[in-house]
Design a protein around this ligand. Structure first.
Ligand code: ADP
Length: 240
């Protein structure tokens, strides 16, 4: 692999005596869509938080495009985030929500308006800019969260169960939309899910997590056809 977009090198994370990430190394290529798949409590969210800069690792290092980023605050990391628990600001309009990351980065006002409009068009919600989040459906709110993550044109987008709260039909629509944006914008996407079929349909590669380590990594085909361990076979074979 050329210089990977993202490199985790020997990451460990402990909370007191509980080790939740255990010497994990992983390279993610530019433009790759990778899912971190595994049961609840296996360390997926923790790894994403370390990558986003909301948590620091106990040991090991994180690189972006060949540069170490461990010491950088989240807003200096060139990464958009769509987290379940990182919701829209309820007291701000849709437009202000999307403008927020640009304001944080000191973008000029005229340019902000332009880019907010483009981001809203990208998720097909141009008409909603003056509404408040509570006036939108769950699916629309998720699209706005996506627009907010993409508005500063980050190289990398991190998503933690972004579709968990949506009904099946909306979920499948959003899966398609996210895939399309990934392709069109050449994004590198790190996508956390506990849903096997979601990971299998969306990803270029899947890293199967178990107790703070990667049990297997490969294309959906490889993981599905040749599970390397009993754990992977059983987890992939489970239906939701
Ligand atoms: P997943 O995303 O795979 O469900 P998490 O990364 O959220 O897993 O959690 C991994 C483990 O770390 C769990 O056992 C969880 O209880 C623990 N954990 C996560 N955050 C904290 C915290 N702030 N303090 C203590 N334990 C935590």
């Amino acid at each position: 692999m050329a210089i990977p977009r993202i490199r985790f090198d020997q990451i460990t994370k402990s909370y007191g005596s509980l080790r939740v990430i255990d010497g994990l190394s992983l390279d993610i290529a530019k433009g790759e869509f990778i899912s971190l798949l595994g049961p609840s409590g296996s360390g997926k969210t923790t790894l994403l938080m370390i990558l986003a800069g909301f948590e620091s690792a106990t040991g090991g290092g994180v690189w972006l495009d060949g540069k170490r980023i461990d010491h950088l605050p989240p807003y200096r990391r060139d990464m958009g985030v769509v987290f379940q628990n990182y919701a829209l600001f309820p007291h701000m309009t849709v437009a202000d929500n999307i403008a927020f990351p640009l304001q944080m980065r000191g973008v000029r006002k005229a340019e902000i308006a332009e880019r907010v409009k483009r981001a809203l068009d990208m998720v097909q919600l141009g008409a909603m800019s003056e509404r408040y989040p509570a006036q939108l459906s769950g699916g629309q709110q998720q699209r706005i969260a996506l627009a907010r993550a993409l508005v500063f044109e980050p190289a990398v987008v991190l998503m933690d169960e972004p579709l968990g709260a949506l009904d099946k039909q909306l979920r499948e629509q959003m899966q398609l939309d996210i895939r399309k944006l990934h392709m069109r914008l050449g994004l590198t996407v790190v996508f956390v899910t506990h849903d096997q079929s979601e990971a299998l349909t969306m990803s270029d590669r899947i890293a199967v997590f178990n107790k703070g380590i990667i049990e297997q990594i490969g294309t959906p085909r490889e993981i599905y056809d040749h599970p390397a361990t009993r754990f992977v076979a059983e987890f992939i074979g489970e239906t939701n």
